[in-house]
Design a protein around this ligand. Structure first.
Ligand SMILES: Cc1ncc(COP(=O)(O)O)c(C=O)c1O
Length: 365
C-alpha cells in the first residue's frame, strides 16, 4: 500500500528530544523559543507564538481581536471543521462565502458576504496553496476588517513571494499529518506587537507574570518535548517543500490528459507547498468519485476525500444560532468531486509511477 501520508522525523530530532528529557524540563522553555524563532522566519513575521494545536491557534488569534457578541467572521465552507469550531469557541458568529476552482475562498463571494456585523475575514490556505491574499488584504483594508489566516496546511506557502502568516494573523497546525509536525501543536504569527502580546498572555492562563491575571485565559502552551520534534523540520522546510513540489509536478505532467480528471490548479503567483495533491473526478470520468476511491485503494494506492461536504452541512451546525450557512454551490459541487493522492516526500520514483499507472488504469486511460 502506498500511504496517503507518512511521518518523516529527521534524525536530529532524536538528539533534541533526548536533550529535553535529560534536562528534566519538559514544559515550555528554550526549545519552544527556538521553534518560535524558526516559525517567525518561515512566515516572514515579527512574532511567532507556539500553542498546543492548530485549533487553539485559531481560537487565540480570534480572541486577540476582542470581538463583541454578534460580530461575524467570514470564512470558507470548504475546510476542516476546526476552522468553524475555533470561530464558535472564540464566541463569534460564522458566515460563509463560496470557493473558486483553486479550492480556496472566492474573493468576490467573500466581499458579497460582508455585513455590518463582519469584523474578520478568515481565508484558509487549503491543501498548501495560499488564498488570494493580495486581493483579500486589499478588501479587508478597504472595509476596516481584520484578517486571520488559517495556514494549518500551508507551512512556507507564498503569494507574490510573500509567505502566508505574514498578511494577517497566521495560524499553523503541527498535527501528525501536517508538512511540519510535533504530533499535536500549533503556531500563531503576526507583525502586530499588541496582538502578539495579547496572544502570549491568553495562552498562559491570562497571566502576564505569575499570579497576575489580566484576562480569563487558557493553558494553550506547547511543550519543549514537542518543540524539539519540530525544530529540525522547520530548519529543512525548504527541502521538504521542494520534494513535495517535484512529486506534484510529476503527477500533473502524467495525469493532466486523463479524461474526467482535473489536476489541481496552481495560481501563477503562488508558491504551493502541496500538503495535499487534490484532483477532481468529474461527471465525464469512467467512475464516480467514490468508486474511484474504492478502486484506487483496492489497487494499493492510498487516497482521501478532504472534505466530503461543506462544513456547515451537518446537523450540529445547521441549527446552530451562530452559524450562517449562505449559498455555496461551488463548494457543494467540488466536495462531491475531490480526492487527494499521495504527494509526501517519502514517495519513491517507483511509487509515483505506480500512482500514475493505477489512476490511468482505473479511469480507463
Ligand atoms: C484547515 C485546517 N484548519 C485547522 C486545523 C486544526 O489544526 P489541529 O488539528 O492542529 O488542531 C487543521 C488540521 O487539522 C486544518 O486542516
Amino acid at each position: 500500500m502506498i500511504p496517503i501520508s507518512v511521518v518523516d522525523i529527521p534524525a536530529a530530532a532524536h538528539d533534541l528530544v533526548s536533550d529535553v528529557l535529560r534536562s528534566g524540563m519538559l514544559a515550555q522553555g528554550p526549545k519552544v523559543a527556538r521553534l518560535e524563532e524558526l516559525a517567525a522566519e518561515m512566515a516572514g513575521a515579527r512574532h511567532a507564538m507556539a500553542v498546543n494545536n492548530g485549533t487553539t491557534a485559531l481560537v487565540v488569534a480570534i480572541e486577540a481581536l476582542q470581538l463583541q457578541p454578534g460580530d461575524e467572521v467570514v470564512t470558507t465552507p470548504f475546510t476542516f471543521v476546526a476552522t468553524l469550531n475555533a470561530i464558535l469557541e472564540a464566541g463569534a458568529t460564522a458566515r460563509f462565502a463560496d470557493i473558486g476552482d483553486d479550492y480556496n475562498v472566492d474573493v468576490d463571494s467573500l466581499a458579497a458576504a460582508i455585513t455590518p456585523s463582519t469584523k474578520v475575514l478568515l481565508p484558509v490556505h487549503l491543501y498548501g496553496q495560499a488564498a488570494d491574499m493580495v486581493a483579500i488584504s486589499a478588501l479587508a483594508e478597504s472595509r476596516g476588517l481584520a484578517v486571520v489566516e488559517d495556514a494549518a496546511q500551508s507551512h512556507g506557502a507564498t503569494q507574490a513571494g510573500r509567505p502566508v502568516g505574514s498578511w494577517g494573523i497566521g495560524c499553523f497546525s503541527l498535527y501528525g499529518t501536517k508538512n511540519v509536525t510535533t504530533g499535536e501543536g500549533g503556531l500563531v504569527t503576526t507583525n502586530d506587537d499588541a496582538i502578539a502580546d495579547r496572544i502570549r498572555v491568553l495562552r498562559n492562563q491570562g497571566m502576564r507574570a505569575r499570579y497576575q491575571y489580566e484576562v480569563p485565559g487558557h493553558n494553550y502552551r506547547l511543550t519543549d518535548l514537542a518543540a524539539a520534534v519540530g525544530i529540525p523540520q522547520l530548519e529543512r522546510l525548504g527541502e521538504i517543500n521542494a520534494v513535495r513540489n517535484r512529486n506534484a509536478a510529476y503527477l500533473t505532467d502524467h495525469l493532466a490528459d486523463v479524461t474526467g480528471l482535473t489536476v489541481p490548479p496552481v495560481g501563477a503567483d503562488r508558491g504551493h507547498v502541496w500538503h495535499q495533491y487534490t484532483v477532481r473526478i468529474g461527471p465525464d470520468a469512467l467512475l464516480s468519485r467514490d468508486a474511484f476511491v474504492e478502486a484506487l485503494q483496492a489497487e494499493g494506492v492510498g487516497c482521501g476525500v478532504y472534505y466530503p461536504r461543506p462544513v456547515y452541512d451537518y446537523d450540529c451546525y445547521r441549527e446552530h444560532p451562530r452559524v450562517i450557512a449562505g449559498d455555496a454551490p461551488q463548494a457543494e459541487r467540488i466536495a462531491r468531486e475531490v480526492v487527494s493522492l499521495p504527494v509526501h516526500p517519502k514517495l519513491s520514483e517507483g511509487d509515483l509511477a505506480t500512482i500514475v499507472s493505477t489512476v490511468r488504469k482505473v479511469l480507463g486511460c
